[in-house]
Design a protein around this ligand. Structure first.
Ligand code: NOJ
Length: 598
């Protein structure tokens, strides 16, 4: 219990119990730590929870194992061979939009590296590769007025090379790089975009659909609507109507997706026999306090405003009652004549509902939810009426928003099963980042993949979730949008300071490829298992450079070395200026932190 702490008197409490020294009875109240210690003693240690226990077993035959990239993040060749500019080219060339002024002008140079990219996919052992098309490489002004054959040929060659390597292409039509020419006429805000997107899809289905059997229309519509048009920290960078514009943009994204799906269904499905869907992203949201109704409600609102915003119209029909009611009531209360959430007509509801051949799903992390009252503020966040935070014990990653929370993946897969009619699910992205000096020993990534994929196995085997595929984000380190190259999600490191931009396997490559090779997690008790034998190393050998290096007086140094150099230079200048014969320096000794005099 808190007690007399010598020189500090009663001001410092070391106790499990708080003691009220002002009360003559000196009552003792247990602190949270008392409960924690009680549990620890009861458990006699730290038993692993059900969530944490490994499940041994396999995925179904024919499970889709894949890794993903996106055009703007890897291709480079930003003006090569007739490609015109996208909103990301423009955004990245606007000062202060991207960390460290990075841009995708060259990126991983994948536009010139088909062979290298195929080689690393083979090394990984995936049977699918998810990549996206740069709209402006094929249709420079965004319309079918002019098809840029040279640009198109890149994708044609890539698809052929993948098939020759026995890797199935999984193509995303829209991964955020809208033609700037279309942005100039309103972009996703202008409903003519629906027809433009359908035309673009038509070109791609007609030219590649004989060989490509899996399509994603739009990647992460939530991010396009909210990050690009609400918070404005992604292209096109609009943030001044956060209570209306994201809803208009989302409305057009949903319609554009539905029209592309119908186009495929009516015109191509018969002879091409592929599958088309949208990829929706969402965090899993847990109530901050699972026993508090307000927190439970806040967590539900987060789900309906995040995954539900897009999944409800496409899988169930129309926006959820929750979204419609909250936004209408808050709009009317603010004196508007109608809801800020656009309405679908009954015909549109019918046309959009069911436009999916699978549930494409991107997932990374979990949040804890609690209610927040924003008053009259007309903003998506205020409509949602919830705040989020994270448990400080969750492991970190290189991205502030991404905490390692494997349990959330199984829970959200079950949520999708229950909410959206038990659809076939393909996980189209999942992965983890790092930042700081390059280190090929990325044990945190192997840990992440092992734990998350095991939760997918539990969802499949124990909960009967119809999950048919898993895609690791990302095949290689690439441009992580507004954070530039500083956050790295790659299984392969990309040495961008070498003119050949070589790809180098991180340690997680062999870890992930073993999971693929075994099609899951074989039980050690029933071993030995051939699939666990080490897979021969690839041929990427170029040593990594420290990407964090800084230029100091013409030398490439690590930040620590540069700091030492700066201090030394400063000290020498001081000596020269004052003529002092002695100065004190702070010297951190190897076994103590004492100040020494030199
Ligand atoms: C989602 C996006 O689709 C992808 O482009 C991005 O790099 C990853 N998540 C990681 O943030």
């Amino acid at each position: 219990m808190d007690s007399f702490e010598w020189l500090n008197g009663y001001t410092v409490g070391y106790g499990f119990y708080h003691v009220d020294f002002t009360d003559p009875n000196k009552p003792r109240t247990p602190k949270l730590s008392a409960h924690f210690y009680f549990q620890l003693m009861k458990d006699n240690g730290f038993p692993i929870t059900e969530d944490e226990k490994m499940l041994y077993g396999e995925f179904p035959q024919g499970f889709l194992w894949s890794s993903a990239t996106a055009a703007y993040q890897i291709e480079g060749g930003w003006r090569a061979d007739g490609k015109s500019l996208s909103i990301w080219d423009k955004f990245a060339h606007t000062p202060l939009k991207i960390f460290n002024s990075d841009n995708g002008d060259i990126a991983c140079d994948s536009y010139n590296k088909i062979d290298e990219d195929i080689a690393i996919l083979k090394q990984l052992g995936v049977n699918h590769y998810r990549f996206s098309i740069s709209w402006t490489r094929v249709l420079p002004d965004g319309t079918t007025n002019h098809i840029n054959e040279v640009g198109f040929r890149y994708y044609d060659r890539l698809v052929n090379a993948l098939l020759a390597a026995n890797i199935q292409p999984h193509i995303t039509l829209y991964h955020w790089d809208l033609p700037q020419a279309l942005q100039n006429v309103g972009g996703w805000e202008n409903d003519t975009i629906v027809q433009r997107f359908r035309d673009y899809a038509d070109v791609m289905f007609s030219r590649l659909g004989d060989r490509v059997k899996l399509w994603v229309t739009i990647n992460e519509p939530y991010n396009v609507a909210m990050i690009g048009h609400g918070y404005g920290v992604a292209a096109p960078g609009i943030s001044f109507r956060p209570g209306t514009l994201p809803y208009i943009v989302a409305h057009n994204l949903i319609k554009a997706h539905a029209e592309a799906w119908h186009l495929y269904n009516d015109k191509y499905r018969g002879r091409q026999n592929g599958k088309v869907s949208i990829t929706i992203n969402s965090d899993w949201s847990e109530p901050r306090n699972p026993y508090k109704q307000e927190d439970i409600d806040a967590a539900r609102r987060i789900m309906q405003f995040y995954i539900g915003w897009f999944a409800h119209p496409i899988f169930n029909g129309d926006y959820s009652e929750m979204m419609k009611t909250i936004i209408r009531e808050r709009s009317l209360a603010a004196g508007l004549t109608k809801s800020r959430l656009p309405e679908f007509t009954p015909e549109e509801i019918k046309r959009i509902k069911g436009t999916h051949d699978y549930f494409g799903f991107n997932h990374y992390t979990t949040v804890l939810a609690f209610p927040v009252d924003y008053g009259n503020l007309q903003h998506y966040d205020a409509d949602r009426g919830a705040g989020t935070y994270v448990d400080r014990t969750w492991l970190d990653s290189g991205s502030g928003w991404l905490k390692v929370t494997p349990f959330g993946l199984r829970r959200i897969l079950n949520f999708i099963k229950e909410e959206y009619g038990n659809p076939t699910i393909i996980i189209t992205e999942n992965g983890v980042s790092e930042r700081g000096p390059t280190d090929l020993k990325d044990s945190h990534r192997s840990y992440y993949y092992e734990k998350y994929i095991n939760q997918v196995l539990k969802a499949y085997r124990l909960d009967n979730v119809d999950v048919r595929g898993y895609t690791a984000w990302s095949l290689m380190d690439n441009l992580e949008w507004a954070t530039g190259f500083s956050e790295r999600f790659g299984l392969f490191y990309v040495n961008r300071s070498d003119p050949n931009v070589p790809r180098v396997a991180k340690e997680s490559v062999s870890f992930f490829s073993t999971i693929i090779n075994c099609n899951g997690f074989p039980d050690p008790a029933s071993g030995p298992h051939d699939c666990l034998k080490p897979i021969p190393e690839g041929n990427s050998t170029s040593a990594p450079e420290n990407d964090n290096s800084v230029n100091f007086l013409g030398l490439r140094l690590s930040p620590e070395e540069a700091e030492t150099g700066l201090n030394t230079t400063f000290a020498l200048l001081l000596v020269a200026a004052t003529g002092a014969i002695c100065f004190r320096c702070r010297k951190k000794m190897s076994n103590s932190d004492k100040l020494t005099t030199c």
